[in-house]
Design a protein around this ligand. Structure first.
Ligand SMILES: [Zn+2]
Ligand SMILES: [Zn+2]
Length: 269
């Protein structure tokens, strides 16, 4: 695969923050020459007594997926995925969902700290930004150390939210905390995601940067997955040539595809 034609992170209107029907993104993907998609709807986990995302919610995703599989058979491979947000704060629910549904691929992401979305935080000054980063790194460590997932999603997402407030953040500047996270990820045989959404959003670069991809390589990482994190059909497969160049620059010769949660390495040379 000299071109990356599989998008391993996108959302449909099942996710609360997306209005695009699955069908629309499938059509856009075919137009763009993609061959495989994994819609990874949000399954956010909350600590304490917050309301859980429901089983019918997840079932709705599988129903829509079945309809699209039928409609686009022979044109597009549609595997089953989910984006678990901070699964470690509710391991019981994480396990229930994973046991109930036949996922091919699970992204583990940190979106919320103490049940609050990082995107809603103020990033008022340097001190608060540092506090958010430290807590984010603690969450990332616990997720990578304990959760049931295949690829770590947008590891430096905090960079996007800080950039929205005009603050530049690079998690590579925190090697004492980031390296153990990347080592543990590699040790557990998990993938790191190249999420291209940052290129079209405020940070103007992918999540993460090549610098962090190189750190993952140095930590013994073998698997990379690539996703657009599209919430709009026009963004499906966006900037995958850049993602490929970044992977090659960091010394990776393959990306990973997944089937029934097993990685399959595909050459990108
Ligand atoms: Zn996410
Ligand atoms: Zn996402």
């Amino acid at each position: 695969m000299t071109k990356i034609t599989a998008d391993y992170h996108l959302h449909s209107d099942v996710s609360p923050d997306c209005k695009t029907p699955m069908e629309e993104s499938c059509e856009a993907a075919i137009q763009k020459g993609l061959t495989e998609l994994i819609f990874t709807e949000h399954m956010e986990m909350f600590s304490a007594n917050f309301k859980r995302y429901s089983i019918p919610y997840m079932q709705q995703y599988f129903d829509n997926l079945a309809a699209c599989r039928e409609k686009f058979a022979g044109k597009l491979t549609l595997k089953a995925g989910v984006e678990m947000g901070q699964g470690h704060v509710d391991r019981e629910w994480e396990k229930t969902i994973i046991d109930l549904f036949p996922f091919d691929f699970i992204i583990g992401s940190v979106h919320k700290l103490d049940n609050v979305d990082m995107g809603k935080m103020a990033f008022a000054d340097e001190e608060e930004t540092k506090r958010i980063i430290q807590q984010n790194l603690e969450y990332l460590w616990t997720l990578v150390d304990t959760c049931d997932f295949d690829s770590l999603g947008h590891v430096d997402l905090v960079k996007r939210y800080a950039a929205n407030h005009g603050i530049k953040v690079d998690l590579a500047d925190y090697p004492d905390q980031l390296m153990p996270i990347l080592h543990r990820l590699a040790e557990r045989g998990k993938a790191l995601e190249i999420n291209t959404s940052g290129i079209r959003q405020s940070p103007k670069e992918a999540l993460p940067s090549v610098r962090i991809l190189k750190m993952f390589k140095q930590a013994g990482g073998r698997y990379l997955t690539v996703g657009s994190d599209a919430h709009l059909a026009k963004d499906v497969g966006a900037d995958f040539d850049t993602a490929r160049e970044m992977a090659l620059e960091a010394g990776f010769r393959h990306i990973a595809l997944y089937e029934k949660r097993m990685p399959i390495l595909v050459s990108i040379e």
